[in-house]
Design a protein around this ligand. Structure first.
Ligand SMILES: NC(=O)c1ccc[n+]([C@@H]2O[C@H](COP(=O)([O-])OP(=O)(O)OC[C@H]3O[C@@H](n4cnc5c(N)ncnc54)[C@H](OP(=O)(O)O)[C@@H]3O)[C@@H](O)[C@H]2O)c1
Length: 249
């Protein structure tokens, strides 16, 4: 089950997980066409996928979402699922601390912290013992990265996901559920209303700041998510793995 599977990192994670023979339930908010594209490509390659609408910023809808998810599982003759990838997110325009509004703070908090927190809580009874959860946080939320002025809200919420990962890893270990996070650096997705497609001039300076000399592509991160969920990752929990090609190293 992957939130935000209609483009970018979540879409790539859906392909990578499906390639390993795992059925995928992915969610979208506004981009239904993108979600259909994900499902069709997985099916074309012989996999199984279903797309469901979900706004992670609206906790009051999570009960209804759980019902829809349970129905898909019923059709697959399952009562539980194995992996939750809490990936959905939005970018923000740079806003300095003095100018940050209550509204921006709340929007970022709902989508990146409150939503992922309570969605995991709502779906936990459906996650199989021995399963695994991955959050898509950001290098912006790591204590090792240099803060970029204007991103205090986004960075703080992503940092909160890193901390949440550790607390959930501790509590859910009682059921053998592993909890990790991936922290992408700058990645060419539709984040920021497709910012990289609209402003390609943004790319070369970021590539120059990246040790491996380019910006990330969705597959660079989708593969890491699939790895963390896979049998190769069974001894990894409570970790945040940066996947940034050495951004700002
Ligand atoms: N790209 C980067 O440079 C970068 C770097 C670090 C971390 N990240 C993180 O990576 C994650 C994935 O983003 P991306 O880069 O792949 O961007 P993206 O291509 O814009 O994909 C974002 C996904 O999240 C969904 N989404 C956005 N708001 C939502 C909401 N309120 N409820 C439910 N779904 C919502 C979108 O759905 P719809 O389009 O259908 O609305 C889309 O599927 C985010 O958490 C982002 O913060 C990205």
């Amino acid at each position: 089950m992957i939130t935000g599977g209609s483009s970018g990192i979540g879409q790539s994670a859906a392909y990578e997980v499906a390639k390993r023979g795992i059925g995928v339930i992915l969610t979208y908010r506004g981009n239904r066409d993108g979600a259909v594209e994900t499902v069709e490509r997985i099916e074309k390659d012989g996999g199984t996928a279903v797309a469901l609408p979900l706004d992670v910023g609206r906790v009051e809808t999570f009960g209804e979402f759980k019902t829809a998810l349970t129905e898909v599982l019923r059709q697959w003759e399952r009562t539980s699922f194995d992996f939750l990838v809490s990936n959905a997110g939005v970018g923000q325009q740079p806003v300095m601390f003095e100018d940050t509004t209550d509204e921006l703070f709340d929007q970022m908090m709902r989508v990146h912290l409150k939503g992922p927190y309570f969605l995991t809580q709502t779906l936990l009874p459906l996650i199989a013992d021995g399963g695994s959860v991955v959050f898509t946080t950001s290098s912006a939320g790591l204590l090792t990265s240099r803060p970029s002025p204007g991103y205090s809200v986004y960075g703080s919420m992503k940092g909160a996901q890193v901390v949440l990962t550790r607390y959930l890893a501790k509590e859910l270990s009682a059921r053998g559920i592993r909890v990790n996070a991936v922290a992408p650096g700058v990645t060419r997705t539709r984040l920021g209303d497709d910012a990289f497609a609209r402003y390609p001039d943004l790319i070369p300076p970021i590539a120059a700041q990246t040790a491996l000399g380019r910006i990330g592509e969705p597959d660079d991160v989708g593969k890491v998510i699939a790895f963390l969920l896979s049998p190769e990752g069974t001894w990894i929990t409570a970790q945040t793995l940066e996947a940034s090609g050495g951004y700002d190293l």
